[in-house]
Design a protein around this ligand. Structure first.
Ligand code: ZN
Length: 165
């Protein structure tokens, strides 16, 4: 991706419609207790070079998977939800806005099963590695790797992925 498209200074609307990476940094965002009643067209952060965002989003890679994988992904079961983990008083990762549940139809959850004769919950999973690999590549851990498995659950935990390598 080019930092500078060579088109020079752009009119405001042209910059929104056809920005380059350099244009995203032309207006300095005023951090903290400043920046109220901004000047006309002072919109720091509204200039977005879409190809950059498309490259860094997990969904871009998921969309490139063959059609047969869609059934595992859609419809998603949600992301942000300020709630405790079912049956506990602990905050769910969904309450922090760092988790996504993919489609429920091929998902398995430890609490939906019954323990075997040894009191152990039998492991079940149908989610393909191709999907897990993409999420892990982008810093998500997968609930399918837990004894208390939750195979629709992916959670943005780059600190765990980095420390695992
Ligand atoms: Zn979840």
């Amino acid at each position: 991706m080019r930092i500078d498209d060579g088109k020079g200074a752009k009119a405001f609307d042209a910059m929104l419609d056809d920005p380059d990476i350099k244009d995203m940094f032309l207006m300095k965002y005023p951090v903290g207790e400043q920046g109220l009643a901004p000047d006309v067209n002072f919109d720091p952060g509204r200039v977005r070079y879409a190809p950059l965002f498309k490259k860094i989003y997990v969904s871009n890679e998921l969309d490139k998977l063959p059609q047969r994988f869609l059934a595992y992904l859609r419809p998603t079961q949600g992301t942000y939800n300020c709630r405790p983990i079912a049956g506990t008083k602990r905050q769910s990762a969904h309450a922090f806005g760092i988790a996504i549940d993919i489609a429920r139809v091929h998902s398995h959850y430890w609490a939906w099963s019954k323990p075997d004769a040894n009191g152990r919950f039998p492991y079940k999973n149908e989610i393909p590695w191709e999907i897990v690999d993409i999420f892990e590549k982008h810093g998500f851990i997968w609930g399918g790797k837990w004894y208390h498995y939750d195979t629709m659950h992916f959670e943005y935990r780059p600190e765990i992925i980095i420390s695992a390598k």
